[in-house]
Design a protein around this ligand. Structure first.
Ligand SMILES: Cc1cc2nc3c(=O)[nH]c(=O)nc-3n(C[C@H](O)[C@H](O)[C@H](O)COP(=O)(O)O)c2cc1C
Length: 269
């Protein structure tokens, strides 16, 4: 399966990875403004290009609308521009839904997959809180083609993460996740325990300064996102151990098969 450069991430999530970087001079003006966090200028540069049909500008403008950066937050306009870009030959879309680790969206996968399916028949990859074989099977039942797991693989032998981070993933459940914009300026999901360890109250975090957006690490606190404040999706209740990746994949495979069998049986009701 081939994915071209246009791989749009629908969600409130934004990261530098998701935006298209420069390819031509005009587009580059918007990109320079964007990297300087001058989102107004970025949107002004990209809008005429988007209107002329430039897929990268359409994508980036759509994401700005999703996040209300440089423009008023407008979900309909975001979908409008992302659809325009998708119509130009996107092979696949990654839908980062509510409960995903890192900079997550807030939309339910039940809502988003169906909505996207209405206008897109390419490959849909679903992500957010998927940590078990049954969740992978559920993603396919929902209409996605593939599932994308992030957090689950942090608790593996091979992952180059702090042992404390892995232990906290094993010991925590969905309610131990806080959704906050404090650490990078963009909302993301984090382990409350790591927030407590940084001397903060996860149940009383201020909103980030709207003008500050730093995907790498926050300028809002001394504690640094990713290093001290540990990102995690909500699908951690099923994480009970930190096995090798091979063992985990085998386990996911057998859970997946079991879930499909279960669903087959239930479908005869
Ligand atoms: C600690 C952490 C850091 C992440 N950083 C990025 C990132 O820099 N760019 C990105 O596009 N997604 C990032 N993600 C999101 C993942 O790509 C993926 O969408 C997400 O982990 C899926 O949800 P799950 O963690 O609930 O499985 C990150 C996720 C985690 C847990």
């Amino acid at each position: 399966m081939k994915f071209n450069k246009i791989s749009i991430y629908f969600s409130l999530l934004i990261s530098t990875m998701m935006f298209f970087s420069p390819a031509n001079a005009d587009f580059n003006d918007g990109w320079v403004a964007f990297t300087n966090e001058d989102f107004k200028t970025a949107s002004r540069e990209w809008k005429p290009l988007a209107e002329k049909g430039d897929a990268k500008s359409q994508t980036n403008l759509g994401i700005l609308y999703f996040n209300g950066k440089g423009v008023l937050k407008d979900y309909k306009k975001a979908i409008f521009w992302l659809k325009k870009a998708a119509e130009q030959g996107v092979d696949g879309l990654i839908l980062v839904c509510a409960g995903a680790g890192g900079h997550a969206g807030t939309l339910s996968p039940f809502a988003l997959v169906r909505e996207v399916r209405e206008f897109f028949d390419g490959t849909i990859i679903l992500s957010g809180s998927i940590s078990s074989g049954s969740a992978v099977a559920s993603s396919l039942a929902l209409g996605a083609d593939l599932a994308y797991l992030g957090t689950r693989f942090i608790a593996t032998e091979e992952a180059n993460a702090d042992q404390g981070y892995k232990d906290m993933l094993i010991d925590s459940v969905a309610d131990d996740i806080v959704y906050s914009s404090l650490f990078t300026g963009v909302h993301g999901n984090y382990l409350k325990g790591s927030v407590v360890n940084a001397g903060l109250d996860p149940n009383d975090l201020p909103e980030a300064d709207k003008s500050s957006m730093n995907f790498g690490s926050g300028g809002n606190t001394d504690a640094k996102a990713w290093k001290d404040i540990w990102g995690s999706g909500q699908g951690i209740g099923s994480i009970k151990d930190s096995p090798s990746v091979q063992t985990l994949v085998d386990q996911l495979t057998s859970e997946f098969k079991e879930a499909v069998e279960d669903l087959n049986q239930k479908s005869t009701y």
